[in-house]
Design a protein around this ligand. Sequence first.
Ligand code: IPM
Ligand code: MG
Length: 363
Amino acid sequence: MSKNVLLLPGDGIGPEIVAQAERVLKLLNEKLNLGLNLDSALVGGAAIDETGVPLPDETLDLARAADAILLGAVGGPKWDELEMSVRPEKGLLGLRSNLELFGNLRPAILYPQLAEASTLKPEVVSGLDILIVRELTGGIYFGQPRGVRQLENGERQGYNTYVYAESEIRRIAKVAFEAAQKRDGKLCSVDKANVLEVTVLWREILDEMAKDYPDVELSHMYVDNAAMQLVRAPKQFDVLVTGNMFGDILSDAAAMLTGSIGMLPSASLDANNKGMYEPCHGSAPDIAGQGIANPLATILSVAMMLRYSLGENKAAGVIEEAVSKVLDQGLRTADIYADGCQKVSTIQMGDAVIAAIDSIVQH
Ligand code: IPM
Ligand code: MG
């Protein structure tokens, strides 16, 4: 049975990196007869320019019908002056919430070839392999009420609401406990339970659920300490689980442990493992259009897509092996460049991954 993959290149470097990921997906589709149909649609600023809204109905319909979605990035200075409700980011957030993609998996793995590219000492990061499980459709990102209001004294007040219902906590905790079971059996839940009631409840529910997972060792950490520990001794972690905003912040920090945020893929899954896949980095407007962005996070996101939503483990493994191979060859985009390596463009990196896949699949 054929399956549908929807490509949403978006803004900034999005189209450049998705183009390379698309080449990879098409090649594997052909070589391994994956039976995938590829389609593409507008989201974010690109959609605003064409249709006036960041998430056109047509895009949402295609996304609902797809078996998996690959997204580049959204946003940029061009749309920064727009009112919050019609900004490019709403396109991304709208997809996440409409498709109920509550489980966001952000693995931070250090490729040994990139130990020198990290700003941390090699001994602190070598062998790093952690997974951040971020709740993606709740918390302060979506809590109501929100807005900017006028106070009686005439000044304006901005406000957002940090809320989590028990069921929301349980479903993301289940994802995290199960992920820990498949890894080293260690789960650290990150909260701010010394200040925020919502995370006191979070902690309570995690503790309660831990009884059903005797093979997982659960610990708790305040988010400020977690940020510090991530840069002090990141290898103490196996799986981290946290809410939407803390996860947003900690995953950027974790990305830098691996040398560059340009290396980090992510999966956002619903309860049935339908997913949207995207690099953890943003649209990087400062380098957009220059052909120098690192396409590997997006290409690795395709690998996650093949594994989690399309059941194509072999094809996923081929991509991961190909990426490792091009790093072995010393090819580096600017963000991961180090002395003695060969600096390549976005397209050259894509070419190299394609060539590596060719040679892997032939054997
Ligand atoms: C991310 C991004 C998004 C987020 C932005 C673009 C809305 O930073 O995926 O981490 O905050 O979730
Ligand atoms: Mg982020």
